[in-house]
Design a protein. Structure first.
Length: 363
């Protein structure tokens, strides 16, 4: 991630998330350029992947994005309250008949995932358009192809905006499975003669034939490369810093943290920082992860506590170790991918988990 650190240095007086607005806009424009004529629907579910639902929408609108995906009705309603002239797609569709009236009045476009949801919308509204979701192999949401003949006569073709599906294995570069799913979806072009969508972030960069009419980038918007060994020039949007609370010298054979999971084998200097698993740093990073002080890596020692993490600062000059000194959790030296590896999870969980209790600073 490249940004001018001095832009945020002066604002670090407590643990905070910093969101680079220019990088978010840049990523959107890069994706739009890559997919050429396909339309980009920005996925901002999960509170904008931890970057802020409303703020991400506002930033992306300035880059001429007018289409947004969310997972839950509450998020769709919040979005509509703050942004009147955008297209909002609701991945979960509706759960009960009472939802339809609100969805329709707020001009939200539901994704219809099942025969039950189709029955609700067809019996509760005569004019609400929707997106039809076909399960081509993910086996999570969507109409099952094997049972679709029983459903087709209930569908008003005129109300379908487009037909979508979702890749199960694009992240794993499983082109055979992706091709099978694409083949299954293309069958519905002949049935409905409607636009199609299947590509998530990985699908967008895996092969241009997956772009179809609409693409739905999620993690790539926020700077995560879909494939670790390739560089698509995406820019990391989020950085997180937390202050040092205390610096301590330890002797040989002293232990650190709950259950004494780390014991020193020499004299070391440690610092305790104002960050922990209540802020979303996973406990799986205990004795494994690292953070940075002015570019110097500092290993996490002992168990990650609820509000505190202890780090090895033996290689950090003393002049850099003081109460309130900012420590980089994610930033110019620490990528989403690196911290995901250290905590044995994926980048999605990192973005959603980290900084749940932190204030966001947009710059």
């Amino acid at each position: 991630m490249k940004h001018n650190l001095s832009q945020i240095d002066s604002k670090i007086n407590k643990k905070s998330i910093f969101i680079n607005k220019d990088n978010l806009s840049y990523n959107y424009k890069l994706i739009q350029k890559h997919v050429k004529k396909s339309k980009v629907i920005s996925v901002i579910k999960g509170d904008g992947y931890g970057h802020g639902l409303l703020e991400c929408c506002k930033i992306l609108k300035t880059s001429n994005c007018n289409d947004f995906y969310v997972a839950r009705l509450d998020d769709a309603l919040r979005l509509r309250e703050n942004h009147k002239n955008i297209n909002i797609y609701l991945l979960s569709g509706m759960i009960k008949k009472n939802d339809v009236k609100e969805i329709e009045s707020k001009k939200i476009i539901p994704i219809i995932n099942s025969p039950e949801q189709l029955d609700i919308i067809e019996t509760s509204s005569k004019k609400l358009n929707y997106v039809l979701h076909i399960d081509t192999g993910m086996n999570r949401l969507g109409f099952q192809i094997k049972n679709f003949e029983e459903t087709i006569n209930k569908i008003n073709f005129k109300r379908i905006k487009f037909v979508m599906s979702h890749f199960s294995s694009a992240d794993d570069i499983n082109k055979n499975e992706c091709n099978n799913q694409l083949k299954n979806l293309l069958k519905f072009k002949k049935i409905f003669n409607k636009p199609l969508s299947i590509a998530n972030s990985a699908g967008i960069f895996l092969n241009r034939k997956y772009h179809l009419d609409f693409v739905r980038p999620g993690k790539s918007l926020y700077g995560i490369n879909p494939f670790n060994k390739k560089n698509y020039k995406l820019k990391q949007v989020m950085s997180i810093y937390a202050p040092i609370l205390q610096v301590t010298d330890l002797k040989k054979y002293q232990t650190i943290g709950y259950s004494q999971t780390f014991k020193t084998n020499k004299k070391i200097k440690i610092a305790t920082i104002d960050f922990g698993y209540s802020d979303g740093y996973l406990r799986s990073g205990s004795n494994r992860g690292k953070v940075f002080i002015d570019g110097i890596p500092c290993k996490i020692l002992g168990r990650v506590s609820m509000d505190l993490i202890t780090i090895d600062v033996s290689k950090v000059p003393m002049k850099k170790l003081y109460l309130g000194k900012p420590v980089e959790i994610i930033g110019i030296n620490q990528s989403y991918e690196n911290i995901a590896y250290d905590t044995e999870t994926n980048e999605h969980e990192i973005l959603i988990s980290l900084g749940r209790n932190l204030s966001r600073v947009y710059f």
